[in-house]
Design a protein around this ligand. Structure first.
Ligand code: NAD
Length: 480
């Protein structure tokens, strides 16, 4: 087998970049390790400014023909990519689980079907994009969504292919070409996507994938003068660096960042539902940007809520994410575990109480943790942990609930559990969040805007909002 191929759970993955329709190696590599058992998955091409420049050049060269490709043909090709994803669903699910440690059952049933749906949805939405012409003293105003050019898409490791295709699909549908850089902790499925796209007939250079450390290849991508859009999902500190780099050419940015979202449980809520919603926050071992990690529970039901919550968490099975019965898998990397434990130990030292958890489990697992007796201005309440760690605070009445919920520099999402529809409407209106879920969690419709307020992001993607970002909107005014 070529030194550039690796086999993961029986699936062959090319570890090189994919630039201009060709596989391209780098002088150097980095080691990709499985969070499940620490085994080596492959030696991945370690991109530098050279590969960044080559990928942007390939995207630039492919842009005019792709932008001129009729919408219906672009849509057909994106559906062909979706077909390819569905055909290789099992491979993608297994490789992703080995690479980032998220549950195989979720990848099979939820995530990978959604990856295919990302392509189908934006292909179909493209065909419906139409703005009504309007009249100004007999002149016609016609608004069009013109392709913008090469787009750089940078994604994190917690939901690698799902988050990548949430950007790749609309960017391509819009008539742009793409350079995708997946996270170095989960590089494999992006490489499989390159194979799938090529097989589906996507022209060379339309989708390019580069691998490597953000600190080594990132700047060359985000400061490149030929890049017309940058869409980034990841942490706030990286977003700051990208924004500074993009400032060189004022390249438009879409930022989907971290969160510290609240779950508000009112005394009139269905408590079993509220407990279910709270337990869901441990999904993906807590490595979910949208996770409602701050449980805010109304005083009269706090004790009963906690009792039921603890009983439910005791039944969760933590272990190998490839096993069907597993509820919580490993955390992505020893560094991430250090970070999680650091937050928890500092909180405990500051007087917090661990109702459950508060420590590591062997290997790469962190015990699902609930901390109480935490101060509103403490690190554990204000900073994103990105692990299976929740805090619980109590409140009395709507005003205090809203005050605590909004007292954060983030604003990605908020969830509330209440049996009173009027209260739900009142409280939702006062919450600062890109998405508010009432008596539910994680229900996503790709037609809806998605993004964060405050430091949780900049801009919105989804439906027409995605096309607004990835296109140069143009108004053509024609005299009578
Ligand atoms: P990260 O910011 O460390 O890395 C994200 C990506 O940025 C990686 O591909 C990385 O290689 C790249 N990168 C790093 N430095 C760079 C640079 N200087 N220039 C260009 N690219 C660079 O984030 P992470 O740890 O991979 O992901 C976790 C974070 O992502 C959390 O904060 C989480 O909340 C957030 N997230 C947000 C959403 C959302 O939709 N809002 C979704 C998932 C994750």
């Amino acid at each position: 087998m070529s030194q550039h191929l690796t086999t993961v759970a029986g699936v062959t993955v090319d570890t090189r970049h994919f630039i201009g329709g060709e596989r391209v190696a780098s002088a150097d590599t980095f080691t990709d390790v499985s969070p499940i058992d620490g085994s080596t998955l492959g030696e991945i091409a370690r991109g530098t400014a050279t590969e960044a420049a080559a990928a942007v050049a390939a995207a630039k060269a492919a842009f005019p023909a792709w932008a001129a490709t009729p919408r219906a043909e672009r849509a057909r090709l994106l559906h062909a990519v979706a077909d390819g994803v569905e055909k290789r669903l099992e491979d993608l699910a297994m490789v992703e689980t080995c690479d980032n440690g998220a549950l195989l059952r979720s990848h099979r049933r939820g995530v990978m079907p959604r990856v295919a749906h990302n392509f189908r949805f934006f292909a179909d939405w493209l065909l419906t994009l139409e703005h009504e012409d309007f009249d100004t003293r007999g002149h016609t105003n016609h608004v069009s969504w013109d392709p913008a050019g090469p787009c750089v898409l940078i994604t994190p490791w917690n939901a690698p292919l799902m988050l990548a295709t949430w950007k790749v699909a609309p960017a391509l549908a819009a008539g742009n070409t793409v350079v995708l850089k997946p996270a170095e902790w989960s590089p494999l499925t992006a490489s499989l996507l390159a194979d799938i796209a090529a097989e589906a007939g996507l022209p060379a250079g339309v989708l390019n994938v580069v691998q490597g450390y953000g600190s080594e290849i990132g700047d060359a991508l985000t400061s490149h003068p030929d890049v017309r859009r940058i869409s980034f999902t990841g942490s706030v500190p990286t977003a700051r660096r990208i924004a500074a780099s993009a400032a060189a050419h004022l390249t438009p940015l879409s930022l989907e960042l971290g969160g510290k979202s609240p779950l508000l449980v009112f005394a009139d809520a269905d408590l079993d539902l509220a407990v279910d919603l709270a337990v869901e926050q441990y999904d993906n071992a807590g490595q979910v940007c949208l996770a409602a990690t701050r449980l805010l529970v109304e005083e009269p039901v706090a004790e009963e809520f906690t009792r039921r919550f603890v009983a439910r968490v005791a039944r969760l099975k933590q272990g190998d994410p490839r096993e069907e019965a597993t509820d919580i898998g490993p955390n992505i990397h020893p560094r991430q575990l250090e970070k999680i434990d650091g937050f928890v130990q500092r909180a405990l030292a500051a007087g917090a109480r661990a109702v459950i958890g508060g420590h590591r489990r062997d290997g790469r697992y962190y015990a699902p943790t609930l901390l109480t007796d935490v101060a509103q201005d403490s690190e554990i309440v204000q900073e994103e942990v990105f692990g299976p760690v929740l805090t619980l605070q109590t409140f009395t009445g709507e005003d205090e609930a809203v005050r605590l919920a909004n007292d954060t520099r983030f604003g990605l999402a908020a969830t509330l559990a209440t049996g009173d529809a009027e209260r739900a409407a009142r409280v939702s209106a006062r919450l600062v969040a890109g998405t508010v879920w009432v008596n539910c969690f994680f229900v996503r419709d790709l037609r809806a805007p998605f993004g964060g307020s405050r430091q949780s992001g900049m801009g919105r993607e989804g439906g027409t909002w995605s096309f607004d970002f990835y296109c140069d909107l143009k108004n053509t005014v024609t005299a009578p």
